[in-house]
Design a protein around this ligand. Structure first.
Ligand code: PLP
Length: 380
């Protein structure tokens, strides 16, 4: 019995050709070369943004994006508890205070109806995360941000090509890609992401001044004058041209990647619909999810949790991943005195009842059927 991995990257001849071209050019670092510019322009263009700044990973993208907003000391940033720790560390490293919000039980994305009651006089920004490829309901977030003068940061690490219908409450509206909202947006191109560069990330913005700051601080704050004269402090968060060459090839077939992700999800949903113990991923009427991972939640009547289901599937040769564990349950943060005594019941339930199934672009229909049969055997 072959093991079905939770994901595996799909790399084709376009990637090999562009990587070879990059190798032959000799410009393999994160300076000079043509692949970085081409990748940045291709991704920013696809997402409907003016500027793209490629970085070494999605966590670095968050660090850089939040740092470059230059928020005043003591600023509070609202963000979901149910997310990856990179969001939290980026807020802390920018010298800001994280203020958590619980999630919507149907999508896992932050519950936008809870934002307003978490506002204080110090709130300066909202960090939204499009969870597992499903967009956050952006209109209320943007309206609240506008009313209170807050910056919106979008973590679209998992939502490549996902779309949101702006103005959906009015019955009209425009489809816009995730990563095109707010002051700044961030992406990860880790190997399990729809578009991958192995490790990699990008920050997008429409603001030319912000883009210049992002570029400077990505590259140790090198100024434009004399070399090794620094007017500000930065990091080395550069992506290499070699990685950008892979990314450029991937962006070239993004439509197929998104389509395949949606096909995988549709087949899973069809095969699993009859299982009453399983909450399947939804797509809100105003959303086109990319179903980055096919993410399911065990309903309360199932007498075991997601860890037990994962162990049983592993015995059947099926790899899965648990859901995020909320930020308010992280020992590394509680030890620092953060979120002590705070409760976010939806995030807590998702962490214990949720897991995601094999969702790689190479997944075959017969493998989806094998996963569905294994779930059927456990849950019927
Ligand atoms: C929502 C989200 N944000 C940020 C990141 C960080 O990206 P990276 O792993 O490239 O640092 C991830 C990673 O998977 C993620 O899922």
């Amino acid at each position: 019995m072959t093991r079905i991995p939770v994901y595996s990257p799909e790399l084709g001849s376009e990637e090999s050709e562009l990587v070879l071209e990059c190798l032959r050019s000799g410009a393999i670092s994160g300076s000079g070369g043509s692949f970085l510019d081409r990748f940045e322009m291709a991704w920013a263009g696809y997402c409907g943004r003016r500027h793209g700044v490629a970085v070494s990973n999605g966590s670095a993208a968050l660090d850089l994006a939040i740092d470059c907003l230059d928020l005043p000391a003591g600023s509070e940033i609202l963000l979901p508890s149910f997310t990856i720790i990179s969001c939290l560390t980026a807020v802390l490293r920018a010298g800001a205070t994280p203020v958590l919000v619980d999630s919507d039980p149907a999508t896992g994305c932050l519950d936008v109806s809870q934002l307003e009651r978490r506002l204080t006089a110090r709130t300066r920004a909202i960090l939204v995360v499009h969870i597992y490829g499903h967009p956050v309901d952006m209109d209320p977030v943007l309206a609240l941000a506008e009313r209170h003068g807050l910056a919106v940061i979008e973590d679209a690490a998992e939502a490549h090509g996902a779309e949101y219908l702006t103005g959906h409450a009015t019955g009209r509206g425009d489809w816009k890609r995730c990563g095109s909202f707010g002051a700044v947006s961030t992406f990860s191109f880790y190997a399990n992401k729809p578009v991958t560069t192995g490790e990699g990330g990008m920050v997008l913005t429409d603001d030319a001044e912000l883009a210049a700051r992002l570029r400077s601080r990505r590259n140790l704050g090198f100024g434009r004058g004399r070399r090794f004269l620094h007017e500000e402090l930065g990091w080395n968060f550069r992506l290499t041209n070699l990685q950008a060459a892979i990314g450029l090839a991937q962006v070239g077939r993004i439509d197929r990647i998104v389509q395949r992700k949606r096909e995988i999800a549709a087949r899973y949903s069809e095969r699993l619909r009859h299982l009453e113990g399983l909450q399947l991923p939804i797509e809100a009427a105003w959303a086109r999810s990319v179903f980055w991972m096919y993410a399911v939640v065990l309903r309360d009547e199932v007498p075991f949790d997601a860890a037990e289901l994962a162990a049983r599937l592993e015995r059947a040769g099926i790899e899965t991943r648990p859901y995020f564990l909320g930020m308010h349950e992280q020992p590394a943060l509680l030890e620092r005195g953060l979120f002590v005594g705070e409760r976010y019941p939806v995030a807590e339930r998702l962490a214990r009842r949720g897991l995601y199934l094999p969702s790689g672009l190479n997944l075959e229909e017969t493998e989806i059927d094998r996963v569905a049969a294994a779930l059927d055997a456990e849950l019927r």
